[in-house]
Ligand binder design. Sequence first.
Ligand code: GKR
Ligand code: MG
Length: 424
Amino acid sequence: MARELRITAVRVTPIAFRDGPLLNAAGIHEPWALRAIVELESSDGRVGIAETYGDAPMLRALEQAAPLATGLSPFDLNRMEARVHASIRPAPGAVEFELAPGSHSAKNAAKVASAFEVAMLDLQGQLLGAPVVALLGGPVRDRVPYSAYLFFKHAEHIERPYAPDAWGEAHTPAQIVAQARRMIELYGFRSIKLKGGVFEPAHEVECMRALHAAFPGLPLRLDPNANWSLAASIAAAPALDEVLEYYEDPTPGLAGMAELAKHTKLPLATNMVITTLDEFRRGAESGAVKVLLSDHHYWGGLRVTQTLARMCALWDLGMSMHSNSHLGTSLIAMTHVAASIPNLTYACDTHYPWQEEEVIEGGRIRFEDGAVRVPDGPGLGVTLDRAKLAELHAQYLACGLRQRDDLAQMKKYDPTFTGRTPRF
Ligand code: GKR
Ligand code: MG
């Protein structure tokens, strides 16, 4: 009976929400982060949801793909994937960030398939009265741990589009420690990541030392997003060996990471040199990278993420999760799949503490001791707050941004900034 249902409509709503002036290797975050909420409606009136990227090329890909999901049963995941991979192509001319694989238009098919898969699993779960994690084989943990994700940041955006956030400026080691303390007090995280590649490596190493002194025993990570040369990455390794649990994407390319691996005791982690299956093969064979940060949004979905986890187990790689600015629908999808993965060896990344707005009923998702409890209601266990969705869509229409561009934003602060990488 449930299998006779059909997907009758696909709705894509682009949204924009406030995002902090967070610094990174490419430049600085714009005042508004873009996402899209995807809704698949079934012939009995149910709605399955997903959250994904909201840049213009992704919206075009979703629009093009909408007829491919229409008419399918919510259980037709393989047929949906085959159709999407046969029809959806890279979008020429898209602004792409090396540091954010979700912006790579070569991954359009995987990104679209992921969004449809999450919404279809949500529908399946609603029909069966089962949480998505049950459809993925059931939970191996009831709560998924996340890490505190620190950023160097300015106190406010150059355009001053709204009141500054409560986090203040973070440039110095003392300010970074204060940011970590606040984030841990608010959410209880038990590991800390700092987004690096912003200041001189020696300054960022100093920040990691200050975090180590302030939070003895807490696992620490540093991610310069390939903005350090090989020489700079090697030079920083002895000091970082003493304080980090892993060293994430300091230097560009697999060959660079493989060379660096000879000079550090730390496992090297990546969401930059392994973002496709082909890169997985080369990365695993090289032995350079020891931790993969997966991301269901661009790898192709929750089931592909489970496959990746098995591949990581086979190749003896640790596993964690990458994130970009996102809201609760993404956080909950990450939580369902992470709960199903036995070899999730590290707490996942999330930008969620940097966002204040939400489009799901009940508002912001709560962290307990740095973890999110896996929902046990049907499907994803979250539903849309239509008024909030309309509000964030109106913000999208008004904000004028259509494609994330951290480099262009940085040039407003420093017209001489080139974005050349590696910068240090
Ligand atoms: O949000 O600025 C950011 C991050 O730098 C993001 O774009 C990266 O993709 O978080 C990401 C990472 O771990 O590389
Ligand atoms: Mg990273």
